[in-house]
Design a protein around this ligand. Structure first.
Ligand SMILES: Cc1cc2nc3c(=O)[nH]c(=O)nc-3n(C[C@H](O)[C@H](O)[C@H](O)COP(=O)(O)OP(=O)(O)OC[C@H]3O[C@@H](n4cnc5c(N)ncnc54)[C@H](O)[C@@H]3O)c2cc1C
Length: 1015
């Protein structure tokens, strides 16, 4: 049969003729096709490398939760379909080879996946073949199907064998929820499918580029939920099968399929077994992939246990709990509060003052975190002012952001030159979801900023005929032309054009070579201009340092030709900048070191100095902080971090029916099975205390919160709600202390299949090694080198913080006059000062929610920094019980010495005399008689001495050891934490939230959109 013959209309109603002429087709006129499917499905696990070979350019295998990373599931479906669609009726057989969990290679791609990709589809009828090819873009091939009951033989049009299958029933045909194992296969079947598409139907083709073959999604939706499209009951059934399947030698089959007969167990035996599915199905017209997701169908709720109660665990739990008809969520955390490193409590002996782990704030680019907070607030029934976006009420906009830096032996404050913009924080602008080019947008902002900075340097100089003007004469014409050209592109094609431009190899683009040379000329010219001025002018020195940084980043990124900054993560950021021509004297300017300070990146030995930050992580952070924020550059919390963030999480989780179990410390997981069958079998927990009575433990401190404010978390458990409360109180046991002498009150074992279907491990990295011992202990049969590498090669650091309350106001402590401030600005959030307390937050607004007697303190400052990187805490043992206390004492002494030496640089309008500074500290009434250092000891000190509190670093070469939230390699185990592989790869609430969202999405396809990862 020739191709022409094959395409001949079938004659029923001329449908094929009409379909064949789809060029002028009105897509809007297409409607869904509906019908029934009766199919035998065999899931096979093949080598990931072989499966990857079946993918076309642009697609790759996505992490999947079913088998280890070296393998990947593929399914083969032997189907009999009947359809009624806009063009008439169809009745045909179909052989489908499907690869689930496939995604676009481009990380920044909107609508990235995961999808089912079908490398081959064979049919025995012309109409669906042509329809599939013309409308959906599938390459559908002709097949000859011989089916006799449970025996199928399929050949291609040349008579070569494609596949044969023999099936035998292995159980009843039951509703889908009657077979527990089907819950997993169901996830697999419910992904959208994508095909190599006819580009004319892809409304995103314009932004995706003409030079590449693109993909478009269609929904093949199986109605497994017991209701059809009109709400009428249907009776889908799943019947386990045993199957033997053999691939033939048909030339059209993809390479990499096994030649031997594959004998497959049935779904009754395991989640990857064969089955027969009879259901109704809907095929919707093709659409951009954005439209192609749909919620999973009904059926039995999956039981999800979440371990840990930090921002990552809470985000994962929240996104699943709100799909309450699909998931039953139970969260288990040690201790008495949510928050992890964001936790805090109120000190009842000090007027209910807030005592935190350290200074916390949100940056204006935290789109996932802020958007999640907004949704959490809504679900918790907390008012947010719609007009001002989610931030109103809960967060305080921070425009007073800056750095301290030392020039010629003197400290100066440099406020950020960043202004505000009218974008609403956390709200993804319409169409913004489709913009994969955030880094390009930020880079564009940076290039514009360079132009602006050079312009303002000229103005400041006030010397139209001076040397700067001559520099401009040299360089400004090509520079302006470059900017104009860029603008022209961006106007025409959006920032995607810049992205493509950046990624073009230097050797292939004359424009790029020219632009790099212009940027280098500008840098040389400015270097020459500033050379003499920096000695005498602090402002000129700082300005030039900043400009040198911006120019070098622009040059470096253009030269490296990548906006995928993970590619740069094996190098240190400062080393990379020096390599691209940064003046060595700028290597420690706070424009750059602020990135290190905010990510706690320090050398492992004294003297304290910034070091070891993965370049890609640092550059991304710098660009997003500086040019990627919405509204204000930063936000701080109206009622402290845990009350603003974690209380509403608790309320929303409870509102969605999630069960929160405090006082559950996970002590270990157990793995069973081998190879692809390796799975999480049990989770062992120590019950730290038992809750008295029948009700759940209520974690808040009653009556302390201000009117309308979220309830507050106590410093210690609410002992009166615990059976062992009095004993714990009397013995002073801290249930967050790994060194405490407290054996707990019992054990709880969660068993897979009985107690949970999937577990999300949201425990912090520092606390994880003993929990995952079977994976990291070389003597264990389940030892996994990937896990060992993650644990051994992800740096952790001990943070240290202090909160100081003063009776003097900010105006008498900080010299904010133009003489002292290089620019104009007050001190709100700043960094760049002397380690180990480089960062300061002036958070005096929080005094209003504390309960000081009149008059309250006038100022509270939060100081944060890190002690030495690479710290290994002692392993908890009977000998180390006093370790936390001795660490705190050590930290107090260290801080006192630091304050004595440095207070004049920091509090530049405060008392010059150290004793006078101590006298200005506000102490609780109980310590009113304290003098000298006693007043300092009455402030709040926190040093990370618990494994769980260690901060996760992003050191060069370590990103590659991170695992994706769905990439644990262990079935039934997802991950959430700032230590996982995300788009940020660093320790911050944005990364933690993103990780939790990705974990939830791996399971449920929700939330559909995760910022900068895409769909
Ligand atoms: C001093 C300091 C300042 C910071 N400042 C900022 C900032 O300004 N902005 C910002 O965005 N980020 C900041 N961070 C980082 C931010 O706090 C973390 O990135 C974030 O908390 C990580 O969230 P997580 O859920 O991954 O882990 P964590 O917050 O560490 O939470 C882990 C959870 O696991 C629980 N857990 C531990 N062991 C067990 C166990 N065995 N069994 C059961 N549960 C267990 C803990 O109790 C906790 O609930 C700061 C961190 C520190 C230390």
């Amino acid at each position: 049969m020739t191709d022409e013959e094959f395409r001949k209309p079938e004659g029923d109603d001329g449908a094929a003729t009409r379909i064949a002429r789809t060029d002028g087709l009105d897509l809007g006129a297409l409607t869904e096709g509906r019908g029934t499917i009766d199919t035998r499905v065999v899931v096979r696990v093949l080598r990931a490398a072989d499966v990857a070979n079946m993918l076309p350019r642009g697609l790759q295998l996505a992490p999947q939760p079913l088998v280890g990373p070296d393998r990947h599931p593929v399914f083969v479906s032997f189907g009999h379909n009947r359809f009624s669609a806009w063009f008439g009726e169809m009745d045909y057989h179909e052989l489908m080879i499907g690869i689930p969990w496939v995604e676009y290679e481009e990380e920044r791609m909107a609508m990235r996946g995961p999808f089912i990709y079908m490398p081959r589809l064979y049919l025995d009828a012309r109409v669906p073949q042509i329809l599939g090819e013309r409308i959906f873009g599938y390459e559908k091939l002709a097949g000859v199907f011989a089916q006799e009951d449970d025996t199928w033989r399929i050949h291609d049009a040349d008579g070569d064998a494609l596949v044969s299958g023999e099936f035998a029933s292995d159980g009843d045909a039951r509703p889908p929820e009657g077979w527990a194992n089907f819950a997993w296969v169901r996830k697999l079947l419910e992904m959208p499918t994508i095909s190599q598409s006819l580009r004319r139907f892809d409304r995103h083709a314009r932004t995706l580029g003409d030079d590449r073959q693109r993909f478009v999604a269609s929904n093949v939706r199986y109605l497994l939920s017991g209701m059809d499209w009109d709400g009428q009951p249907v009776a889908p059934t799943i019947e386990p099968l045993r199957a033997t399947m053999t691939f033939g030698d048909g030339a059209s089959l993809p390479p990499g399929l096994p030649a031997d007969a594959l004998v497959s167990g049935s779904l009754a035996d395991g989640v990857l077994g064969a089955f027969r599915m009879r259901a109704q199905q809907v095929v919707s017209p093709p659409g951009p992939t954005a439209d192609a997701r749909y919620p999973p169908g009904g059926g039995r709720k999956l039981r999800v246990c979440v371990l840990g109660g930090g921002p990552a665990a809470c985000a994962a739990a929240y996104y699943l709990a709100r799909q309450r008809h699909e998931y039953g969520v139970s969260l288990y955390t040690m201790g008495w509060r949510l928050g992890g490193k964001c936790a805090a409590g109120r000190n009842p002996d000090a007027h209910d003052r807030i005592e935190e782990h350290g200074l916390h704030a949100f940056l204006g680019f935290y789109r996932n975190a802020i958007r999640t907070v907004a949704e959490v607030y809504g679900d918790a029934g907390r008012q947010v002012t719609a007009a001002d976006g989610p931030i109103a009420g809960a967060f305080r906009s921070q425009a007073d952001v800056g750095v301290l830096d030392r020039h010629a032996g003197r400290w100066s404050y440099f406020p950020t030159p960043l202004g505000t913009n009218d974008r609403v924080p956390g709200r993804i602008p319409p169409g913004g979801e489709e913009a994969p080019a955030d880094m390009a947008v930020a880079l564009h902002g940076l290039i514009r900023r360079i132009g602006f900075e050079i312009g303002s340097a000229a103005d400041e100089d006030g010397d139209a005929q001076g040397p700067l003007s001559r520099v401009f004469e040299l360089v400004s014409a090509p520079w302006r032309a470059a900017i104009a050209e860029l603008d022209h592109w961006l106007d025409r094609e959006g920032d995607i054009a810049l992205e493509r431009f950046v990624e073009t190899p230097v050797a292939a683009s004359r424009t790029k070579r020219w632009m790099i040379s212009v940027l280098k000329q500008v840098r040389t010219g400015l270097d020459w201009y500033y050379e003499d001025r920096v000695e005498t002018s602090r402002r000129a020195w700082f300005h030039w340092g900043g400009l040198d940084t911006l120019l070098t980043i622009a040059i470096g990124v253009l030269v490296e030709s990548t906006l995928d900054f993970d590619d740069l993560d094996d190098r240190d950021m400062i080393a990379w900048l020096l390599e691209h021509g940064l003046s060595p004297e700028h290597a420690d300017i706070s424009t750059i070191t602020q990135v290190y300070e905010t990510l706690f990146a320090h050398a492992p030995d004294l003297p304290y100095r910034v070091a070891d930050l993965a370049c890609g992580v640092g550059l991304r952070w710098f660009l997003l902080v500086s040019f990627g924020y919405d509204g204000y550059p930063a936000y701080d919390f109206r009622w402290s971090c845990p009350e603003t963030l974690m209380t509403p999480y608790y309320e929303a989780l409870v509102a969605h029916g999630a069960l929160i179990h405090f006082f559950h410390r996970t002590v270990g997981i157990e793995i069973e099975g081998e190879g692809d069958d390796r799975h999480l079998a049990r989770v062992r927990m120590q019950i730290q205390a038992s809750v008295a009575g029948t009700g759940p433990y209520v974690p808040f401190l009653p009556g302390v919160e201000a009117a309308g404010a979220p309830p507050v978390w106590p410093m210690v458990p609410n002992f009166d709600q615990l059976v062992e409360g009095e004993m714990l109180r009397a013995r002073g046991v801290d249930l967050e202390d790994a060194y405490a002498d407290w054996p707990g009150v019992g054990e709880r074992v969660l068993q897979w299949g009985d107690d949970f279907d999937i577990c999300i491990v949201g425990i912090s990295l520092g606390a994880l090694p003993p929990v995952i011992a079977p994976l990291v202990d070389p003597a264990s049969p389940h030892f996994d080198a990937r896990w060992r590498d993650l644990v051994d090669h992800t740096g952790l650091i001990q943070t240290a913080s202090v909160q100081l309350w003063f009776d003097r106001g900010a105006d008498t402590m900080f010299d904010d006059t133009p003489a002292a401030v290089e620019g104009t600005g007050r001190r709100g959030l700043l960094t760049g000062f002397v380690q180990p307390q480089a960062s300061l937050g002036q958070l005096s607004a929080l005094i209003d929610v504390e309960r000081w007697p009149d008059p309250p303190p006038a100022l509270v400052t939060y100081h944060t920094g890190s002690l030495l990187a690479g710290v290994k805490l002692p392993v908890p043992s009977a000998q180390t019980r006093d370790f936390p206390a001795s660490e705190r004492a050590r930290w107090r002494e260290l801080f006192a010495q630091w304050l004595r030496e440095n207070h004049r640089g920091l509090f530049d309008a405060g008392p010059a005399d150290f004793e006078a500074l101590l006298a200005a500290l506000r102490v609780p009434q109980g310590s009113a008689a304290a003098v000298g250092l006693e007043r300092l000891w009455a402030q709040s000190f926190c040093v990370a001495c618990q494994p769980s509190d260690l901060y996760v670093l992003s050191r060069p070469g370590e990103t590659r050891h991170r695992m994706a939230p769905s990439g644990s390699g262990i079935r039934f185990m997802l991950l959430a934490g700032d230590w996982t592989k995300t788009d940020m790869n660093c320790g911050c609430v944005e990364a933690a939230t993103q990780s939790g969202m990705l974990a939830a999405r791996a399971l449920s396809n929700e939330p559909r959109y995760v910022w900068r990862v895409g769909y």
